[in-house]
Ligand binder design. Structure first.
Ligand SMILES: Cc1cc2nc3c(=O)[nH]c(=O)nc-3n(C[C@H](O)[C@H](O)[C@H](O)COP(=O)(O)OP(=O)(O)OC[C@H]3O[C@@H](n4cnc5c(N)ncnc54)[C@H](O)[C@@H]3O)c2cc1C
Length: 546
């Protein structure tokens, strides 16, 4: 077994052709095959490959196309869980928040939050609550919380609704770019020798004479080819699609995931000026709502609505949109309307319900996530949150070692720097989130003056970022490049729609595609972008699987 460090020496870029070549030429079983390329699957790939295991990760859409690109972008302990008395979950998340800031300072940063106080009791109540939050963070604390005067609250939140405002409580949490972190996690796993590929779906389980899972049929959705892959352990990290994947191995598996959706509205930055976020701890219906500065926009959300079937592009309900707008109007001096919404995006949480009794061994390793091994030996990991992906992955690989009889190797991710690590990424300007890769994007930009041009005056991206994403981050479609490698679609859906033809041409040049491909991509992306544009109340806002 080569060590992760040995493999790390041979830096391999994220190249899809190379990944497929490796899969096809493989003659021995992999140590671990991971199904699903969201936060959890990518975390498991990083953990297992950095312990020195041979890892294959397959993702049927794009990395992060599921829930992991649709979060509120917070690396947080979860003040809400504190109120519920879930101390262990908060402590776990606060520790992970600290580790993530240390290992990925180019993607994660400290963000001051203000709980605005309009009633006399809120300052002492939330002031004490946030002190407990500080204490639980211990050495991983981002900054001390404190009760603020009315004057300071208004200075920190120049656009807060001032009528009735008495002051505020300041505390600190983490913020990140979810899809960018995911890309860098996949790159980290690849740096450590993992094979990871998008647009490859696990479609069928193969079992041995005793009914144990021995292989999977996977389908390359670009080449429309199927092939068998074998491994000592299979990890199902398919989030909201967990039950569908479990049923590949065990058709009668009972549901263990209850999907719940949340929406976010993206507004112009002028709605929330300054460098502080607003946390509304109790909305009219008892939820938590955030207004956050993100990539020079204002992000407002989210909701928590139980839904039936999971999908990639779920519908925002009218009542969710009205709820978020109404709550924002209560707290922002300039009330946002539907016409102010630059983009709307919807994600689905993979909440865990108890798996069917007597179907196998279920161990709730923490109150945040669940690892379940079914009768065929398929290991499922689900639940938790983005913030705790590293801890979830560690638990998962520890169990995989036992299940697959793999050589014992300690987890090293608590101190593992994430790909692109840069301690002072701020000096890289708009390319900060790429960390050390920013240098290579600048090199691409210097190849041709057109590649140094901004794609749109209302978006922060240059053409070289698209080229980079196709060359070294496995962008295969307009959606990949514009929704996840860059975050253009989330920042301004109309502007992003306008640049689609130009970006399709850039991708086509890199990927060797023809005019027919360009036309098909633009058509498909146009339909998708419309779902992120908020129309008048009666019109649909998001829907259909892209
Ligand atoms: C609205 C909202 C806000 C949130 N905000 C935060 C936050 O601020 N902070 C935080 O810490 N957490 C947050 N979360 C939670 C966090 O986003 C999720 O816990 C996390 O992204 C789940 O990751 P996952 O890998 O389990 O799922 P996913 O990201 O959905 O990944 C699963 C992947 O499996 C793939 N897949 C499915 N079937 C197959 C197959 N057969 N073959 C191959 N691949 C397959 C899918 O395409 C998908 O990409 C939020 C969640 C929501 C919904």
């Amino acid at each position: 077994m080569p060590s992760g460090a040995q493999k790390a020496g041979t830096k391999l870029r994220m190249k899809r052709d190379e990944m497929m070549r490796r899969i096809k030429s493989r003659t021995t079983p992999w140590d671990i095959i991971i199904i699903g390329g969201g936060a959890v699957g990518a975390g498991v790939a990083v953990d297992a490959s950095s312990r020195g295991f041979d890892v294959l990760l397959v993702e049927r859409e794009d990395f992060g196309k599921g829930t992991s690109s649709r979060s509120t972008k917070l690396v947080h302990g979860g003040v809400r869980y504190l109120e519920q008395g879930n101390i262990s979950l908060v402590m776990e998340a606060l520790k992970e928040r600290g580790l993530l800031l240390r290992n990925a300072p180019h993607i994660v940063h400290d963000l001051p939050f203000v709980v605005p106080n309009y009633s006399w009791w809120e300052a002492p109540f939330y002031g004490i609550g946030m002190k407990v939050y500080d204490l639980l963070a211990g050495k991983y604390n981002f900054g001390r919380s404190r009760i603020m005067s009315l004057t300071e609250t208004m200075e920190r939140l120049p656009t807060i609704q001032r009528e009735g405002l008495r002051g505020g409580v300041l505390y600190h949490d983490g913020q990140f770019d979810d899809a960018r972190l995911l890309t860098h996690l996949i790159a980290t796993a690849v740096d450590h020798g993992a094979t990871a590929v998008n647009y490859v779906e696990a479609v069928e389980a193969l079992k041995d004479d005793q009914g144990f899972l021995s292989g999977m049929i996977i389908e390359d959705r670009e080449a429309h080819e199927r092939l068998a892959v074998h491994a000592k352990v299979f990890v199902n990290a398919t989030g909201i699609f967990t039950d569908e994947t479990r049923r590949l191995a065990q058709p009668d598996a009972k549901s263990m995931v209850s999907p719940s959706q949340g929406i976010h509205l993206v507004l112009d930055r002028s709605f929330l000026t300054g460098d502080n976020a607003i946390m509304v701890p109790r909305t009219s219906d008892g939820r938590v709502l955030f207004a956050i500065p993100w990539h020079d926009r204002t992000l407002v959300g989210t909701t928590d609505t139980a839904i039936g079937e999971p999908s990639y592009e779920p519908l925002a309900l009218e009542e969710e949109i009205e709820f978020v707008l109404d709550t924002a109007r209560d707290y922002l001096s300039r009330p946002p309307s539907r016409a102010d919404v630059l983009s709307i995006y919807v994600g689905i949480r993979p909440l865990v319900s108890a798996p069917g009794g007597g179907q196998g061994k279920t161990s709730a390793l923490s109150r945040g996530h669940t690892i379940h091994i079914d009768e065929s030996g398929l290991m499922t990991i689900v639940g938790g949150k983005w913030t705790t992906y590293r801890h979830m992955a560690e638990d998962c690989v520890d169990h995989a070692i036992t299940l697959g009889g793999l050589p014992d190797a300690p987890c090293v991710t608590a101190d593992l720097k994430i790909h692109g690590y840069h301690p002072n990424a701020g000096e890289l300007g708009t390319l900060a989130v790429y960390g050390t890769d920013a240098e290579k994007i600048r090199e691409i930009a210097s190849e041709n003056p057109r590649l140094a041009e901004k794609l749109h005056p209302d978006l922060p991206y240059i053409a070289a970022e698209i080229v980079w994403s196709a060359r070294c981050e496995m962008s295969r479609t307009l959606d990949d490049a514009l929704a996840r490698r860059t975050r253009a679609l989330l920042l301004n859906a109309r502007a992003t729609h306008a640049i689609a033809p130009r970006v399709a041409r850039l991708l086509a040049e890199e990927l060797g595609r023809d005019e027919t491909w360009i036309a098909a991509q633009v058509k498909c992306f146009t339909a998708l972008a419309k779902q992120y544009i908020l129309g008048p109340a009666a019109e649909p806002t998001a829907g259909g699987r892209a």
